[in-house]
Design a binder for this molecule. Structure first.
Ligand SMILES: C[S@@+](CC[C@H](N)C(=O)[O-])C[C@H]1O[C@@H](n2cnc3c(N)ncnc32)[C@H](O)[C@@H]1O
Length: 279
């Protein structure tokens, strides 16, 4: 499968969907201490203004899973702008991953690739921007109900339409508090980038995924290592996830072989992105 670059700018869809200029998009997605951006609304969310990210979290008591899931709706377009800016200079990295998958035979006709906790779906957006127009595959993104998920749907649909990617079957799987995604077809590649620290149970996520992955499937993931401190208060980086990190990697090690990096590099750099194949 040939990978070609295709020219949609990182801000193209932001400007269309939110009626902002590229400069405004950059400002709205750039981190700064204590910032309270005036985030635009859209057909799928209300505007959010004059609040820090922490203010939005603190608006409700987020003790149960539903109220934590609601946080991703309550923040409006915050993560849309943030994630687009975060990934705008990472397109080369996305492409390196896709090229590696192609070279090892992991991207093939009629395969199923999924971005889990996709947000604005940075990796699969790059794939859709550059993939050969004759490609046939199922492309699934999953996330909780949120504006970033709505934006990802809009952006992937638009790229599919403009590039006439008729062989790409786009699937959007919403994750509910008590229901992990089921997928209607076995998975060949799963990308889970900067997600696991936010889910209530990383062990439940990986066990659910293992059952739905083909033997030899590629799993690309990372999981920020926070110290477990009983005095810590809960936030978007979940305490429950933090406590399960070790158990999660035990399940991964039992069911996958590490392709990248080496075991030694992995041990000295806990936050590194790892590439595994299913046993
Ligand atoms: C830091 S963002 C990363 C988004 C995207 N993977 C990226 O690389 O830009 C964390 C993502 O995890 C998602 N998320 C939060 N809770 C989740 C859950 N329980 N299951 C799946 N995804 C979740 C958020 O909605 C958000 O899109």
């Amino acid at each position: 499968m040939e990978l070609k670059l295709w020219s949609f700018e990182w801000f193209t869809h932001l400007c269309e969907y939110y009626n902002v200029s590229p400069e405004e998009a950059l400002l709205l997605g750039t981190r700064a201490d204590g910032r309270k951006p005036n985030l635009p609304g859209s057909i799928s969310c209300k505007s959010v203004s004059d609040k820090t990210y922490e203010d939005i979290w603190d608006e409700k008591e987020r003790k149960d899973t539903q109220s934590v899931f609601d946080f991703y709706k309550d923040q409006g377009s915050w993560s849309v702008f943030r994630q687009c800016v975060r990934h705008k200079d990472m397109e080369k990295y996305h492409l390196d991953i896709m090229t590696g998958l192609t070279q090892t035979g992991a991207l093939f006709q009629n395969m199923h690739i999924c971005e889990y906790g996709a947000g604005v779906a940075p990796f699969l957006t790059t794939l859709m921007k550059c993939i050969d127009t004759n490609a046939k595959m199922t492309v699934t993104i999953t996330d909780v109900q949120s504006e970033h998920f709505e934006f990802a749907k809009y952006r992937l649909n638009d790229i599919k339409e403009k590039r006439c990617l008729d062989g790409i079957d786009l699937i959007f799987e919403e994750i509910l508090p008590e229901k992990l995604p089921e997928f209607n077809k076995k998975l060949n590649v799963v990308l889970c980038f900067e997600v696991l620290e936010h889910v209530p149970s990383p062990v439940a996520v990986i066990n659910n995924m293992i059952d739905r992955m083909e033997k030899g499937a590629v799993y690309i993931e990372n999981f920020i290592k926070h110290e477990v401190n009983e005095k810590d208060v809960d936030g978007p980086d979940r305490l429950s996830a933090r406590k399960e990190r070790e158990a999660y990697y035990e399940v991964v090690n039992n069911n996958f072989n590490l392709l990248f990096p080496t075991k030694e590099q992995s041990e000295v750099n806990p936050n590194i992105t790892r590439i595994w194949t299913k046993k």
